[in-house]
Design a protein around this ligand. Sequence first.
Ligand code: SAM
Length: 236
Amino acid sequence: MTQYQIEPIGYIQSPYKQKFAIPRQPRLIPQAQAKLIFAPNFNREEFVRGLDEFSHVWLLFRFHETADKGWSPLVRPPRLGGNEKKGVFATRATFRPNAIGMSAVKLEGIEYKNGQLVLLLSGIDLLDGTPIVDIKPYLPYSDSLPDAQGGFADDRPETELNVEFSQQALAFCQHQHDFPELQGFITSVLKQDPRPAYKKSKQGMQQYGMSLHCFNIKWEIESNLNTVIEISKQSD
Ligand code: SAM
């Protein structure tokens, strides 16, 4: 059997510290900013010469967190409420042969400081630490296909829940001068209802927690209202 070795060209620094609450596709949450830190073998400014002329890039990456769990020939896309099975190659599931993912994200800038090459990105759907195996510029003339059919995922996901903040949570956000977009970021994440499909049909109030950046966020959901109860900073 032919096998190939792949060397990551860099790693993602992302506000998403666990899989829960990461959007299912890129650009659904524009406030999700990340950095791509180039690995030593690829840390050369000339490797990205000309890339700043592009507004978006494709990232090819490894679903490193789940890669060792193998893959399934049939998967239940969350879009279908988790009730119907589709072939793995008809989905964007993470559990797939070779565990390769792809996301088109916004390129906000390129930095080369203190000998380290970094891409500044936004609208990402990647876990912190995700290994990047390639970068390609997004080519609108070829990559944008307005007439394409989207199968069972034809439309942008429609869930738009309401989001409210407790007094504590609101005051906390207002004091985070290093993260001026924190409230908007949390709101966008919760609007999309990050719960797994099987929890969405449950009645009554449910409580959840997640980490974004260096913050722990607790919220409860009842009907279509998310209320952020408490936010705290993780201790170092
Ligand atoms: N846009 C990509 C694609 O189509 O290949 C990813 C789609 S996949 C459905 C998106 C999910 O992958 C996210 O919601 C998150 O839970 C998961 N994910 C992101 N980064 C990951 C990683 N490094 N390892 C495992 N799962 C990851």
